[in-house]
Write a protein that binds this ligand. Structure first.
Ligand code: FAD
Ligand code: SIN
Length: 531
């Protein structure tokens, strides 16, 4: 079955929805999304969006904080661009109806780790939910946008699907849409489009413990990699320092804004241990805090450290963090009186599909935006609350580029084939999928986590290679399903992370290897590129 539109958007988080709304006046838009529309990392964002919105702050401050958190691997041109455009993009969100928290008439600006000023625009501690609500309201009423829920993209359509002989050498790869599994009908549909926006978000579920919802299986990076796109900086996986201990899967996040509000990390002895590691204490950048917690846990043998807000005004805590307060209560913790047990968990992928300043990837007519992309903003460690900002800035830029260059697109070839089911059967071996998935998550957690070593990375690589071979074989002979699509992508992304981690022979930002526990600016102040 073929479905044609001018633009195909894969993903309905902040990146996909913002792009769709910006481009829809110039053509028809299909949005495909894995589950229900709201289910995305965006929907769970707590802290807020970083932007210079106060006269006591400056673009220079935000730029320097971003560069410093990113261990100076950030691309300065990208950082300057995103930071300068921030206020305009925030005002647009307000115009479409996002209700940010205010202090009187002014926006209430929170603080998070690594920020030298209060600049986090937020909607209490449910910022993502509020943004997603407003964007989905707008999308629902737009006549040019059609949303397909429960549609999992399998692969991007490129020259590879058109030509069967390997002899042909294509210098330039084009993207003309994607093959997508309609989960309810169990059929693969061919979505054809002149331009495709990849906005599939993160890859948290490559790891055993993550803050990400189940949709975050790295599909976009894996699909783009298979299609031949340039991928970079996959070793920089951000572990959020504070998730509620034993809160299930996904791990429940205790926003960094809680520390920005005055919360202090303590070990079992009650010591404010972060001061031993960094002068910014509990509000040091995330890579430093996560590593310090990891070290404390290894040193003491404890299972968690504590986040302490008991010294702060109880009513104010409840007012600022109603969602976190309620969730802690459900776990028997009254955070105004009790210490909160916390542990780190995988949170954000700083690497991804390489884009330029307009969101263009190395594949023609394929754009990427949001967490799936590597724009150069985050470098070796993302500054808190810079990702929602990046998504709104780049969705704007990609739409602007496409509007200005619409005559340059040569359209799509007439001979795009439908999905080929031949040689595949329904099998009963579904248990293999869940076993392999768990094994990937465990291997990545044990060997490719906060602290790495060459020996552990090699061990992880051997195991992931084996799983990849098994998955490849299974995929060839089995009818596609959501579980199999995700497993194939998880294995691919795990491999990309390990290869990038092995390649980087230094420690920078989120990548810490005990065998190279030093910065090497001479050789390694550059992206880890995989093509
Ligand atoms: P997402 O919002 O994750 O959307 C991805 C979309 O792609 C989803 O709709 C998904 O279903 C769809 N999708 C994925 N694969 C496929 C496929 N194969 N086929 C079809 N559809 C697919 N960042 C901040 O800046 N500030 C914060 O306060 C903040 N808090 C956070 C709190 C939590 C708990 C988490 C998990 C993240 C937080 N982040 C925060 C990070 C931020 O939320 C994400 O980086 C950002 O929302 C990503 O937006 P996105 O649109 O790129 O992806
Ligand atoms: C948080 O609220 O701590 C998450 C912020 C982020 O990931 O940027």
């Amino acid at each position: 079955m073929k479905l044609e539109s001018d633009f195909l958007v894969i993903g309905s988080g902040i990146a996909g929805l913002s792009f769709a709304l910006r481009i829809a006046d110039t053509g028809t838009v299909s949005i495909v999304t894995k589950k229900e529309t709201a289910e995305s990392n965006t929907n769970y964002a707590q802290g807020g969006i970083a932007s210079v919105m106060s006269s006591t702050d400056s673009f220079e401050n935000h730029i320097e904080d971003t560069m410093k958190a990113g261990a100076y691997l950030c691309h300065r041109d990208t950082v300057e661009h995103v930071v300068h455009d921030g206020p305009e993009r925030i005002n647009e969100l307000i115009e479409i109806g996002v209700q940010f928290t205010r202090s009187g008439k002014e926006l209430d600006l929170g603080k998070e780790g690594g920020h030298s000023k209060n600049r986090i625009v937020h909607a209490a501690d449910l910022t993502g939910k509020e943004i997603e609500r407003a964007l989905l309201d707008k999308v629902a009423s737009h006549p040019n946008i059609k949303v397909y829920e429960n549609h999992v993209t399998i692969d991007l359509i490129t020259e590879h699907h058109l030509f069967t002989t390997k002899k042909e050498n294509h210098d330039t790869i084009h993207c003309w849409g994607a093959y997508v599994l309609d989960i309810n009908k169990n059929v693969v549909k061919t979505f054809i489009a002149k331009n495709t926006m990849l906005a599939t978000g993160g890859a948290g579920h490559v790891y055993l413990h993550t803050t990400n919802p189940l949709i975050a299986t790295g599909d976009g990076v894996a699909m783009a990699y298979r299609a031949g796109a340039a991928i970079a900086n996959m070793e920089f996986i951000q572990f959020h320092p504070t998730t509620l201990f034993n809160s299930g899967s996904p791990s429940f996040l205790i926003s960094e804004a809680v520390r920005g509000f005055g919360g202090i990390l303590r070990n079992a002895q009650g010591e404010d241990f972060m001061l031993k590691y960094n002068p910014q204490g509990s509000l040091a950048p995330r890579d430093i805090v996560a590593r310090a917690i990891d070290n404390e846990l290894k040193r003491t043998g404890d299972e968690f450290v504590y986040l302490d807000v008991t010294h702060l005004h109880g009513e104010k805590i409840k007012e600022h963090f109603p969602n976190i307060y309620e969730r802690c209560l459900k776990h028997g913790i009254d955070m105004t009186k009790d210490l909160i047990p916390v542990v780190p968990a995988a949170h954000y992928s700083c690497g991804g599909v390489v884009t330029d300043l307009q969101g263009k990837t190395s594949i023609k007519n394929l754009f990427a935006c949001g967490e799936v992309s590597m724009t150069g903003l985050h470098g070796a460690n993302r500054l808190a609350s810079n990702s929602l900002l990046e998504a709104v800035v780049y969705s704007h830029d990609a739409a602007k580029y496409l509007k200005q260059n619409k005559d340059k697109n040569n359209g799509v070839p007439a001979n795009i084939p439908d999905w080929d089911y031949s040689g595949t059967v329904n099998t009963e071996e579904w248990v293999l999928i869940s076993h392999d998935r768990k094994e990937i998550q465990q291997v990545m957690w044990d060997y490719v986590g906060i602290v790495r070593s060459t020996h552990r990375l090699a061990r992880a690589q051997r195991r992931i290679n084996l799983i990849q071979e098994e998955v490849k074989d299974f995929y060839k002979r089995t009818k596609v399903s959501e579980g199999l699509i995700e497993l194939r992508n998880l294995a691919c992304v795990a491999d990309l992370i390990i290869r990038s981690a092995i390649a980087r022979k230094e420690s920078r930002g989120l990548h810490y290897n005990t065998d190279y526990n030093f910065l090497n600016d001479v050789e390694w102040l550059k992206d880890t590129l995989i093509t």
